[in-house]
Design a protein around this ligand. Sequence first.
Ligand SMILES: [Mn+2]
Length: 268
Amino acid sequence: MSTYAIGDIQGCFSAFERLLAAIEFDPKKDRLWLAGDLINRGPDSLATLRYCYQQRNSITAVLGNHDLHLLAVAHEACEYKNKDTFADILAAPDRHELLHWLRHNPLYHRDKSLGYVMVHAGIHPRWSRKKAKKLAREVEAVIQGEQFPEFLANMYGNQPAQWSDELAGSTRWRYITNCFTRMRLCDSDSGIDLSYKGGLAEAPKNRFPWYNTPHRKRIKDTILFGHWAALNGVTGKPDIVALDTGCVWGNKLSALCLESRIWTQINA
Ligand SMILES: [Mn+2]
């Protein structure tokens, strides 16, 4: 039995299938951890989401920003954008089951015995592991509950930058969701800067990747995350693992075996 963590698939189903063949994934005994953004930008969002739903008993997936965007469009809280490529899901006869499964995925996942935590984008530098879990569960309950339309209507936006325990309501939900699903850079005071998507070499001055922010709370587990393709899998830290190697942009799709720490990569 092996556990494999895979980054942003974004509808690249043929690459995903080739990667599963390369690792000889057996859903009867192996497990897949998927770091979110299962769909969008790539060509086969419906096939990807259907496979994940069919294999749901062997899969743990966290929510990414594209997954939440799909849910927002499906719930008519946002318009379908020019770059979106998930019209096939919206038109599918099984859309209800697929979106129901997606909506019930967590923002944060931890396996204590394996010693890994997985999120889509990151964990706010000032949050302990315990606090991150508590805040994730708080917003997951909103996403899965009756306040979901209110959540979606207020989900988009880059503000506020600073975390405060006093944040409340939809502003608090947006902040927590932005950290788990969109964050890349922070300022030296742990404020989040959601405007930048590029690599580290060209990053604005006085900005740090969230995992290199001064005074970051130490988290003992290895953190797995996706979302930031421009890192190309490089963080410089053995306990911070970037899984998104830019498959949808023509680079690679990667799987990390959590037990052996062996990587398998295939070309897009
Ligand atoms: Mn993302």
